[in-house]
Ligand binder design. Structure first.
Ligand code: ZZB
Length: 262
């Protein structure tokens, strides 16, 4: 499976646990199959229960950065030329998800200039990087989790998330999907009666309903790409992000493809 790793920059001042990295370019790297949806990012999801590592990375352009992902993903990345020495991961810091929550971020292509690292409880540790970028307009899981945080002050409090990190962020219309409109994930969550991010069966049905339809029948409404079909611009947008240094390519080994569908 070929993912796009989107480089989401952590803004200074860094969270206390990352203070030793101050002055460096540090990125949460989110694995996505939908690079054309990056215009709709509203936040980045981190699991409070997952352990992450910050490690030395080189993103093709020779410039040395720090990436943050699960250790498993860091190891995979090290075999794909994304660390200075092939197969080796120089771990700078080990972090709990909670150390990253509330961090201010810059997400490439996003309409919101500043977004935040927020908690998602359903992130899988064995898939991608454990960092998930949030596109609530087109991903039902993201819409459900963002709505949970908006509707439940107690949930925000539990994870030390301030109101201004959540309240101003609304799904951004970026793609129109026949029969689902401009905010396909919102419509799908409504149709499949998703009440929270824990409604796994409803969410799975909602995701199935919009995933393929969004890919094959979705039409961009983002300025610059208006009227173009998703399947015709996906590669182009990915290549542009790679060229500008906003993303790198990342493959997931075979084993995970099996567990993904199983
Ligand atoms: C942005 C995005 C926009 C995504 C969208 C989806 C959608 P799949 O096909 O099941 O493999 N993701 C990535 N890693 C994880 C993880 N560790 N745990 C939970 N979710 C993860 O799903 C791949 C998608 O699942 C990725 O693409 C990522 O979210 C999320 F409009 O990135 B996506 C209808 C889906 N739409």
């Amino acid at each position: 499976q070929e993912y796009t790793l989107v480089k989401i920059r952590i803004l200074e001042p860094f969270p206390p646990k990352l203070a030793s990295l101050s002055g460096r370019s540090v990125f949460l790297v989110a694995a996505t199959l939908r690079p054309e949806t990056m215009f709709g990012q509203t936040n980045c999801w981190i699991s409070p229960g997952i352990v992450y590592v910050a490690y030395e990375a080189c993103a093709g352009d020779g410039i040395q950065h720090v990436f943050v992902s699960t250790r498993r993903a860091a190891r995979n990345a090290s075999h794909q030329g994304l660390t200075p020495r092939p197969g080796e991961v120089d771990v700078l810091l080990e972090l709990c998800g909670t150390d990253l929550l509330g961090a201010a971020l810059h997400a490439p292509l996003a309409r919101y200039p500043k977004v935040y690292a927020l908690p998602m409880l359903t992130i899988r540790e064995d898939k991608g990087t454990g960092v998930v970028t949030s596109v609530p307009s087109d991903a039902p899981d993201d819409f459900a989790a963002l709505r949970d945080l908006k509707n439940k002050p107690a949930l925000r409090e539990k994870f030390g998330i301030a109101d201004h990190m959540v309240v101003p962020f609304e799904p951004v219309p970026i793609i129109t999907v026949p029969d689902f409109g401009n905010l396909s994930a919102v419509e799908a969550c409504d149709r499949f009666k998703v009440t929270s991010q824990n409604d796994r069966d409803q969410l799975s049905a909602a995701k199935d309903a919009v995933y393929l339809k969004g890919f094959y029948e979705g039409v961009m409404i983002v300025s610059g790409y208006e009227g173009k079909k998703v399947e015709d611009v996906k590669k182009d947008i990915r290549q542009k992000m790679v060229a500008t240094g906003d993303a790198v390519l990342y493959w997931e080994p075979e084993r995970n493809i099996v567990s993904r569908s199983g």
